[in-house]
Design a protein around this ligand. Structure first.
Ligand code: ATP
Ligand code: MG
Length: 645
């Protein structure tokens, strides 16, 4: 993108598929047509990507909605599908994981080695009495043992619940108790920003209020001093390393629970999402291959998400490994020891597919394009984005400065609940529009409806629904069927209510507008937080923006914007006024924020999402709600203090 084209609306750029990619694309228009004609037959076909103990003869059982069963008479083992079978197919020497530790230590793990490690870990957990149906919490840094632990649980039929390694003791104990966890796998610590950061003390603290936990397995990562509770805590090396590297996998029914993952908590208290084995694995295996146009023989894939959230489950552990892909696993932060670390990693491992989040991209924009410019990123051919709407400015920057104008971007819309990508452009077919997630993936059907559930025509915005069951859909909320029904199904019957606002443009392509809870109503006009944020970030002085609707005596709701400036720009009343006017000019006078508050930081979840509900609390002078999923709980204090100044 040159300076000239920047002057035009960044949302108007168009990115047709590169000819070479299109010529060899995994997904063609024919795939889309076949899938749309008969989704169930399509998903029956995709089940063949897995190796089953007993092949399923049924595909979908929707006789008791909203409780779906997929492939119900089939049996399989998820760990076997992600490891052993590749070795049996002659791929034992292929690298599964290029592990890159933050301090620069690294280790390549082949599929043969991964299989042996998973077997040892499964034997180790079994020796501690872990069996099918038990719950195991995993609280680890991004090290190979995180993936190995997940697969070891799956191998035994034990249900894992991964808790982000940076969460507090509080967040840990709530999840452990909600899920009825008996065994916790953790580490002494991990490396963050150049130094070891302890993990075990948070576990010790959490376990003071978790009577159900009987055993803790501790991986030695940093070697820091670690207290071990007699009779409760054991070292990974003592229970796992000494075990045999063979283990016969048991085949479980397709609907056997695989894991519980708690949602990010962007809109409220996290929900325990239950995923089961067969449908989840079919859905993630297929979308991993389709959305990224994955060629497992030649690609080197890197998804920067932590395993502590759903992207790390579907597109670090299960999706890539079930496809026998080679991937990079990086432990640390993007700025340790320098701000070019990611680009160095891409160059080192010749990464071909990069998947990350808009919040990371905006951070790199703030740091400046001269940093990635110093590195050879010519190996990249495909990129992805997930977690939030990506504003067109960030999209175009990503395309130009990271993808060097060559790589298609898949903006993937999905949720912890959906388990797999739901809306994303297929890279060989679609001409992508920056800021739009485009169209549903093959086999998935979505719609945009009004409050009464009537389908809206192109050009209008409303609520996003999924109109047909899909294999990786959540099965329920852990221990709370009623809340499952109430949250997702009560509103529109047999259509899944996603909780997100969306718009179909004139071509029928889908633009996500943010949470329904975040859609503002200003003097009777519905306004999207995403649209106003995108306008603010389009101003040269703004690095990040979060917009909320605060109740207002005259307008019903008033727009309040929180912004972080790019370094070099000064916070002042003039700047705030300029930004208000900028939005007014860009979108219209009605969209002009009542207030623009310039802050140093924004409250974010661990997966990088802005927690608007906390900002709404501030904007409305309320006490602040549940903060257990915040990256840094002091952020709220500093914002509140800064505003009083
Ligand atoms: P909670 O449900 O507890 O409030 P959460 O919704 O943030 O937390 P996740 O399941 O991690 O938890 O996030 C899913 C949500 O993220 C989606 O509902 C959507 O709002 C947003 N999202 C994810 N990907 C995209 C995308 N590509 N474009 C727009 N929004 C996205
Ligand atoms: Mg959600």
């Amino acid at each position: 993108m040159t300076a000239d084209t920047r002057a035009t609306d960044p949302a108007d750029h168009r990115y047709p598929p590169p000819a070479e990619l299109a010529a060899h694309a995994n997904v063609t228009q024919e795939t889309l047509d076949t899938a749309a004609a008969d989704p169930e037959a399509f998903w029956a076909e995709q089940a063949k990507r897995l190796t089953w103990g007993t092949e399923p003869t049924e595909t979908l059982d929707w006789s008791n909605p909203p409780f779906a069963k997929w492939y119900a008479d089939g049996t399989l083992n998820a760990a076997y599908n992600c490891a052993d079978r590749h070795v049996e197919n002659g791929l034992g020497d292929r690298v599964a994981i290029h592990f890159e530790g933050e301090p620069g230590d690294n280790r390549d793990i082949t599929y043969a080695e991964l299989t042996a490690e998973v077997c040892r870990a499964a034997n180790g957990l079994a020796s501690l009495g872990v069996k099918s149906g038990d719950r195991v919490a995993i609280y680890l840094p991004m090290i190979p043992e995180a993936v190995i632990s997940m697969l070891a649980c799956a191998r035994l039929g034990a249900i894992h619940t991964v808790i982000f390694g940076g969460f507090s003791a509080d967040a840990l104990s709530t999840r452990i108790n909600d899920c009825g966890v008996e065994v916790v796998i953790t580490a002494d610590g991990g490396y963050r920003r150049g130094s070891p950061s302890a993990l075990k003390p948070a576990v010790d603290k959490a376990l003071q209020s978790t009577p159900g936990v009987r055993q803790v397995v501790v991986v030695k990562r940093t070697g820091q001093d670690t207290e071990m509770a007699e009779g409760r805590d054991v070292w990974w090396d003592d229970v796992v390393a000494t075990q045999p590297s063979e283990h016969t996998p048991e085949m479980f029914p397709a609907e056997h629970p695989l894991f519980v993952m708690y949602t990010s908590g962007s809109t409220g208290k996290p929900k325990g999402i239950l995923h089961t084995t067969g449908g989840y694995l079919v859905g993630t295996t297929y979308t991993m291959w389709a959305t990224y146009d994955l060629k497992p023989e030649t690609d080197v894939y890197w998804c920067t998400a932590d395993i502590g959230w759903i992207t790390g489950h579907s597109y670090v552990t299960y999706g890539p490994l079930a496809n026998a892909a080679t991937q990079v696993l990086y432990e640390g932060t993007p700025d340790a020891p320098h701000k070019g670390r990611w680009w160095e990693v891409i160059d080192k491992y010749k990464v071909t597919i990069l998947h990350t989040a808009p919040t990371a991209i905006r951070t790199f924009m703030k740091w400046g394009e001269e940093i990635p410019a110093k590195f050879d990123l010519s190996s990249l051919r495909m990129m992805g984005s997930v977690g939030e709407p990506i504003n067109p400015e960030a999209y175009n920057w990503y395309h130009e400065h990271i993808g060097r104008g060559r790589c298609p971007i898949a903006d993937t819309w999905w949720q912890t609940e959906t388990g797999m990508h739901m809306i994303a452009p297929m890279p060989g077919i679609e001409t992508a529009k920056p800021g739009s997630a485009m169209t549903p993936v093959p086999g998935v059907a979505v719609d945009v409806v009004d409050d009464e559930g009537h389908s809206l025509p192109n050009g209008e915005s409303g609520l996003l629904v999924v109109t047909k069951p899909w294999p990786a859909m959540l099965r329920t909320l852990w221990g709370d069927d009623q809340r499952y029904i109430d949250t997702y199904w009560a509103r529109f019957g047999d259509r899944y209510f996603a909780g997100d606002g969306a718009k179909k443009d004139e071509d029928g392509d889908i633009w996500l507008l943010g949470r329904v809870d975040d859609v503002m109503n200003v003097s009777g006009h519905r306004m999207s937080t995403a649209e106003i944020e995108s306008s603010l970030v389009g101003h040269e002085a703004v690095a990040e923006a979060a917009v909320v609707g605060a109740s207002d005596p005259t307008t019903g709701q008033a727009i309040v914007a929180f912004v972080i400036l790019i370094s070099g720009f000064e916070a002042s009343d003039e700047m705030a006024a300029e930004l208000r006017n900028h939005v007014g000019k860009d979108i219209g006078p009605i969209a002009k924020p009542r207030q623009v508050m310039i802050v140093d930081e924004l409250p974010k979840t661990r997966s990088g999402k802005i927690m608007r509900r906390l900002l709404r609390d501030i904007a409305e002078n309320r006490d602040i709600g549940d903060v257990t999923t915040l990256t840094d709980s002091t952020v709220m204090d500093s914002i509140a203090k800064g505003l009083k100044k």
